[in-house]
Design a protein around this ligand. Structure first.
Ligand SMILES: Nc1ncnc2c1ncn2[C@@H]1O[C@H](COP(=O)(O)OP(=O)(O)O)[C@@H](O)[C@H]1O
Ligand code: SF4
Ligand SMILES: [Mg+2]
Length: 348
């Protein structure tokens, strides 16, 4: 295997959902552009965080990666193999390599089944081993996620939120995946339980060489776990950088506003910081604004002398520093500006 082939390559991916009207003659009257032209590569063993407001398309992107949604256009390749054109006899094996854990493991665990059966279900579906071997494997998976083996006989409602998330992980690990999409996997948990699950994720990554696409709206959690962080707005990637660059020197006005709303640990710094509150809600992804999609809410545009370009010309992602790409015509204005320093808590 060529070491330079990324584990996962997402290329100009679009996932649109038709909006239909009428019960009998279901006419398509529009498209929700949930993901609209996203390109992103993940290397083996890295964690890429994906942040953005609710509705920005994070879940849709994650579900497309694991094959739960079909791309409207563009492609997703795993170790160089395009998942859209893969021969059907190979598809099952490749799909097994891509797994997802969800915010609410209840959604993926059958309430009527003891959890051992839920963890073993992927093994059964993929015809792995006989019944006894599968039971042994379920026991090993419980060990791996730090649950006692006797829990195999318990039902989902008897478990705490953290335990259920461990079960969700055990199930995701059953087929020895290479990549796990964690979609708000710790968002519903108490802070102390969040930390335990994140530690577990990091240990599993070291142990099994896993690659993560870690989706969350909580920027602090993402910072802790991610090597690189991607920011989505209205179906698009607007910024991508290493964790330290994105949190220390954000270049997109949207990222700056997200960070300004994210508390920093030092209370003295926190007290001095200014928040940039974005006006209004995100626009409807069925009819996104022309030009820069962020222009209707952008604080930087307001401060520029000639904001016309923002409303007419769609800014492409461009590299501004090594490994740091941003989709804003005027990102240079953000670099080292007082607003940027304020947002990240670096003082005046
Ligand atoms: N299955 C679906 N059918 C129609 N619209 C959807 C579907 N899933 C998501 N959407 C829409 O796509 C947009 C992106 O949603 P989502 O990917 O869930 O964003 P996020 O995870 O960032 O909150 C939203 O406007 C949402 O309403
Ligand atoms: S291109 Fe214009 S509207 Fe878009 S983020 Fe940059 S300054 Fe704001
Ligand atoms: Mg989501």
């Amino acid at each position: 295997m060529n070491a330079r082939v990324p584990l996962l390559s997402i290329d100009d991916l679009r996932v649109h959902f038709p909006i239909t009207k009428g019960v009998v003659l279901r006419r398509t009257v529009g498209q929700v552009q949930a993901v609209d032209g996203v390109s992103l590569e993940l290397s083996e063993g890295e964690t890429v965080g994906l942040v953005g407001e609710s509705g920005s398309g994070k879940t849709t992107l994650g579900r497309a990666v694991v094959g739960l949604y079909r791309p409207t256009s563009g492609s997703i390749a795993f170790r160089g193999t395009d998942l859209g054109t893969i021969r059907s006899e190979d598809a099952k094996g490749v799909r097994a390599q891509l797994q997802m854990v969800f915010q609410d493991p209840f959604a993926s665990l059958d309430p009527r089944w003891p959890i051992g059966a839920s963890i073993g279900e992927p093994l059964r579906i993929h015809g792995v081993g006989n019944r006894r071997e599968r039971r042994t494997r379920v026991g090993e998976l419980l060990d791996v996620v730090g649950l006692p083996r006797r829990m195999a006989g318990r039902f989902p409602h008897e478990l705490s939120g953290g335990q259920r998330q461990r079960v969700g992980l055990a199930r995701a690990l059953a087929l020895r995946p290479a990549l796990i999409v964690a979609d708000e996997a710790v968002s519903a948990l108490d802070v102390s339980v969040q930390a335990q699950i994140i530690n577990l994720l990091q240990r599993l990554q070291r142990e099994f060489g896993l690659t993560y696409l870690f989706i969350a709206h909580d920027l602090a959690v993402v910072h802790h776990i991610s090597d690189r962080v991607a920011v989505m707005y209205l179906g698009r990637l607007v910024e991508l950088a290493s964790g330290s660059d994105l949190y220390g020197k954000p270049l997109h006005p949207y990222t700056v506003s997200l960070l300004s709303a994210n508390p920093v640990p030092d209370p003295a710094v926190e007290a001095r910081r200014q928040r940039i509150v974005l006006p209004g809600d995100p626009p409807n992804p069925a009819s996104p604004p022309g030009g820069c999609r962020f222009h209707t809410r952008c604080w930087l545009r307001e401060r520029l002398g000639s904001p016309e370009r923002c409303a007419s010309e769609d800014p492409p992602l461009r590299g501004l520093a090594s490994g740091h790409t941003v989709a804003c015509h005027f990102a240079e204005e953000v670099a080292d500006s007082p607003v940027q320093r304020h947002a990240v808590g670096a003082g005046d």
